[in-house]
Design a protein around this ligand. Structure first.
Ligand SMILES: [Mn+2]
Length: 357
């Protein structure tokens, strides 16, 4: 079944006549379009792709033949094209993406469709994206491979006195050279005390001996992301840091080995947290265990201790426990895994030992 057909099944079930797709990853997933300005309207009867002159040629090459392609000249005309389809297909209730439509667009659209109901919805397309096809899994695998190779090259250049920004720049440069379209997100390089900021993006702080350095980075290959975190040490590292590293690694392994199709999404987080609790580190593990990964670096499902639902074969998720000691240091280890019918598969290699440069 095509993605459009899957979506129509959902529309029918929810008694919706159409969906206006405005999220760029959702638009790409359904149509194949990789550009940045276009609307999709999928009704039970038709599928319309609307863009302007900048993207018309690209859209002609990229989009699935299920869509009728329409060109408009102005923002006003976008609304007109949507209204025309709504009329033609006798749409009464059109769903809009609550997370992907700005309020001003929503208000304008209401004026164009005074007698219709626009119903904000979340997760209609995102739900479909949770389970990856073989082709999608291959792209993610390649994105992991690129990030990992770039890290191995970059690590050789890390030494005391160079800045977090320089390390981030080299890492992103090496990912590009290896085939990444862009960095999946602003690269995190957080050294020493800054490591205790779970999302401490790189600054001009210089790396010092004796520090732990948290690097969180990802590549994008054919539209699919990877997301890895490595913690390394520089110079002589005190025993406490090494012990904590081992515990974070063990917590990650406990979580990974608990993941399989049919297991509660909240289970691996509990596994990791319980292990850290035994070692009195749970209070420093201040975020959820992980998240889904695909066309967006954070997507469904969330993997934390309040997550509802079950793992299913074909999901790709990150497993990234960390501990953050304010004013001292941080440790996080993150890998990307594919959920299987039985168990799961870690993409790339895991980082068992603390690498000390
Ligand atoms: Mn992550």
């Amino acid at each position: 079944m095509t993605r459009i057909a899957e979506l129509r099944k959902i529309l029918l079930r929810k008694k919706l006549d159409a969906l206006l797709v405005t999220g760029s990853a959702n638009r790409n997933y359904l149509s194949g379009f990789t550009g940045s300005t276009a609307f999709l309207v999928v009704s039970l009867k038709s599928a319309l792709f609307v863009t302007d002159s900048r993207y018309i040629e690209q859209a002609g090459k990229e989009i699935s033949p299920e869509f009728e392609l329409a060109q408009v000249k102005s923002a006003k005309e976008y609304n007109g094209a949507i209204a025309d389809l709504v009329k033609k297909d006798k749409v009464r209730v059109m769903a809009v993406e609550a997370g992907n439509l700005v309020v001003s667009q929503f208000e304008t659209l209401k004026k164009y469709l005074p007698k219709k109901e626009l119903r904000p919805q979340t997760g209609l397309v995102e739900g479909l994206r949770e389970i990856k096809t073989k082709e999608e899994l291959e792209k993610i695998r390649k994105a992991v491979d690129i990030a990992e190779k770039a890290f191995q090259i970059t690590v050789k250049r890390i030494r005391p006195g160079i800045s977090e920004n320089e390390v981030a720049a080299e890492l992103e440069y090496n990912m590009r050279l290896l085939g990444s379209e862009r960095a999946a997100f602003p690269t995190i390089v957080a050294s020493g005390k800054r490591g205790a900021l779970p999302h401490g993006v790189a600054t001009d702080k210089k790396l010092n001996k004796g520090e732990l350095i948290v690097l969180d980075f990802g590549a994008v290959y054919k539209g699919y992301c990877s997301d890895l975190t490595r913690t390394i040490g520089l110079g002589i590292i005190v025993r406490q840091f090494k012990n904590h590293y081992k515990m974070v690694y063990e917590a990650q392994q406990k979580a990974i080995s608990s993941i399989s199709s049919g297991v509660l999404l909240s289970f691996p987080d509990k596994k990791a947290r319980n292990y850290l609790k035994k070692h009195r580190l749970a209070e420093f593990f201040t975020h959820g265990l992980g998240h889904g990964l695909g066309m967006e670096v954070h997507e469904r499902p969330s993997i934390n201790n309040v997550a509802k639902g079950f793992f299913q074969a074909g999901m790709v998720v990150t497993v990234e426990p960390g501990v953050y000691l304010k004013g001292q240091y941080g440790i996080r280890i993150e890998n990307d895994i594919i959920v299987k019918e039985k168990g799961c598969k870690v993409l790339g290699k895991d980082q068992q030992k603390l690498v000390i440069l």
